[in-house]
Write a protein that binds this ligand. Structure first.
Ligand code: G3H
Ligand code: 13P
Ligand code: ZN
Length: 306
């Protein structure tokens, strides 16, 4: 069944766990999410970025997710991840998305507030929940933000942003980044900042760039030829701590990409005569499903959709 992020995250807040938002890229990623959510009895957020919409087409994506949601007992939200403009927000709402992110984090603060407020007006009038972002993650967000431009979220500014925009959820920058190369040295998240933000704002807090880049996934991909030297993610204990301090939505994309690529590389290398795309992609689907199940257990959402 398709529900809004707000519904999922309010329940998660009351029960003390977080919901995973997993980025889909194709039918296989979606099938992996559906299978994991069914096996784990876990609520789940299916996240779609503008680049995936360019790649797969909005109607195709919206329709396969709606079919998936109708086929499962577990609650599922369909969420636009890193939406950049009102046209995209509007198109996604028309297509049946139940939640949208407007990411104005690359704009001047006043412009971010103005854009986000417009998105909130648009979405709330259609019963759709909204996530905004203040601060900037290191790394690349839709290929526009470089590491040197990362700005951690200021608690007071977060309070003002939330009260002036009316967002339901807020993405905060605490030192994470998108992709497989999150830290050069020791992983470090600013938990004191998270505590201060939690005191300032009452809306749902979201951790982007939360992939763990697990060594077993990286090692398999590297064994079969991937180049991933110095790849490093967020340790599981850091994610758990962030959840204990108030994060209720955790975004995962890179770990699925790594699992996908590792499995495809393995099957192509070990079965050179394999010509059936379903065998190649089936292995990738299983690998992603395994990763997603582990995340649901880590986030505490397993068993919460019974
Ligand atoms: O923020 C989400 C992604 O990890 C970047 O996704 O390559 O689909 O734009 P994209
Ligand atoms: P990762 O690159 O750490 O998976 O982050 C994904 C994300 O934040 C999607 O919005
Ligand atoms: Zn993100």
């Amino acid at each position: 069944m398709l529900v809004t992020n707000d519904q999922l995250l309010s329940t998660a807040t009351n029960q003390g766990y977080a919901v995973g938002a997993f980025n889909i890229h194709n039918l296989e990623t979606l099938s992996a999410i559906v299978a994991a959510s069914t096996k784990e009895h876990s609520p789940v957020i299916v996240a779609v970025t503008p680049s995936t919409i360019d790649y797969a087409g909005l109607q195709y994506l919206a329709n396969i997710v709606k079919i998936a949601a109708d086929s499962v007992q577990t609650p599922m939200a369909l969420h636009l991840d890193h939406g950049k403009d009102l046209t995209m927000i509007s198109r996604c709402i028309d297509a049946g998305f139940t939640s949208v992110m407007i990411d104005g984090s690359h704009l001047e603060p006043e412009k971010n507030i103005a854009l986000t407020k417009q998105a909130v007006n648009l979405a709330h009038s259609r019963g759709v929940s909204v996530e905004g972002e203040i601060g900037r993650l290191a790394g690349v967000e839709e290929a526009t933000v470089e590491e040197k431009e990362a700005i951690l979220t200021e608690p007071e500014a977060a309070g003002e942003f939330v009260s002036r925009t009316g967002v339901d959820a807020l993405a905060v920058a605490l030192g994470t980044s998108h992709g497989a190369y999150k830290f050069k040295g020791k992983p470090r998240l600013d938990f004191e900042r998270l505590k201060a933000i939690r005191r300032e704002v009452k809306v749902h807090l979201v951790l982007h760039g939360a992939s763990g880049v697990p060594s077993w996934v990286v090692e398999k991909a590297v064994t079969y030829g991937a180049e991933l030297s110095e790849a490093q993610g967020i340790p599981d204990e850091h994610v758990k701590k962030a959840i204990s301090l108030g994060v209720v939505k955790v975004n995962i994309d890179t770990d699925l990409r790594l699992a996908f690529v590792g499995a495809v590389r393995e099957i192509l290398a070990s079965s050179p005569s394999e010509l059936d795309p379903r065998k190649v992609l089936g292995a990738a689907k299983e690998a992603m499903e395994h990763v997603i199940q582990g995340k649901m257990q880590l986030f505490g959402s397993s068993g919460k959709a019974l």
